[in-house]
Design a protein around this ligand. Sequence first.
Ligand SMILES: Cc1cc2nc3c(=O)[nH]c(=O)nc-3n(C[C@H](O)[C@H](O)[C@H](O)COP(=O)(O)OP(=O)(O)OC[C@H]3O[C@@H](n4cnc5c(N)ncnc54)[C@H](O)[C@@H]3O)c2cc1C
Ligand code: SF4
Length: 342
Amino acid sequence: MRRVSEHRRRHRGGVALKPFRYERAYDERAAIATLAATPGAKFLGGGTNLVDLMRLGVETPDLLVDVRRLASDRIDETDAGGLRIGAGVRNSDLAADARVRTRYPALAEALLAGASGQLRNLATTGGNLLQRTRCAYFQDVTTPCNKRDPGTGCPARDGEHRNLAIIGHSEHCVATHPSDMAVALVAFEAIVRVVGLGGGREIPLVDFHRLPGDTPQRDTVLERDELIVAVDVPALTVAVNSTYRKVRERASFAFALVSVAAALDVVDGEIRDVRIAFGGLAHKPWRAHVAEAALRGSAADTDAFRRAADAELAQAEPLRDNGYKVELARNTLVRTLQELAE
Ligand SMILES: Cc1cc2nc3c(=O)[nH]c(=O)nc-3n(C[C@H](O)[C@H](O)[C@H](O)COP(=O)(O)OP(=O)(O)OC[C@H]3O[C@@H](n4cnc5c(N)ncnc54)[C@H](O)[C@@H]3O)c2cc1C
Ligand code: SF4
């Protein structure tokens, strides 16, 4: 634990912030052009992750381009019956929105399972998707880390990795993605709308975060100059019967060891539709396509839920100290589906 306690000591004491410039953006194109032209620049949302990482010396931007005035803080109906969530919508406002609570309850529950009320009042939708891993080595600049400093190695692989990935990791990085919100949004097939120098594009959230491979420094497919402007959640009947279950070490202020966002539509005892995503298992929110395929058309009973969980988790490759996550993920998924079936 030496490294972790060292990190905590540093965090409590704080380190001198590297000087940086601050600009408030009012124009989308100008903000994007500034980012593109300034290698050390970063967008700033609520600052609840970025500023923490700056205090730790993990992030050292020369310029912060504050996009809070720029990003929409509206939640609008789309023509197709879904919701468009502006990148500037605060996590607390999204969780409290009556349409989110009734049409996508797992999304509201996932948001409320994250951070604290005070932090959710600051944190934005765009920033939440781009928050960085909580791997202790990543946050401690006195240790090597391929994600923070490419090519230096991954001490977590043979070191402290109890909370880290069991699926999709690589020899270069075994970190997990920390966002609760993103797990529910992946289950609901959300689309991220971004704008960059080259124009706009829409990225399915399931493809937005990356597996680490040999470039773990890249968390997502977003280009440096690309600004998240909104997240679209499609109309999804099954989402009405959905929930989010998070297993963590403490009741609050703790990230997921394992979490599940699931939605289930059962007609006459048979599963008509289902959506499942896991958090805490991989470098990205993990959409459980294998489990979903196993469940569609099957009986909505515990045997089927167990078989589906086993089918999905057959691809797990636990590390020395995190094999417990396989059983935990299995039990959490089965319990969540039982609750929804009831
Ligand atoms: C004590 C504590 C506990 C926490 N617990 C949890 C938890 O249990 N679950 C959980 O999910 N989260 C948790 N969090 C994390 C919190 O949810 C994130 O810090 C927050 O969502 C980040 O949003 P932000 O707007 O503050 O992002 P910022 O810190 O402002 O930015 C984060 C990143 O996003 C980029 N960015 C911001 N906006 C945009 C945009 N529009 N386009 C492109 N890039 C952008 C920034 O450049 C930066 O790289 C916790 C945080 C703390 C401090
Ligand atoms: S798991 Fe990833 S983030 Fe953690 S030390 Fe290894 S490379 Fe760094």
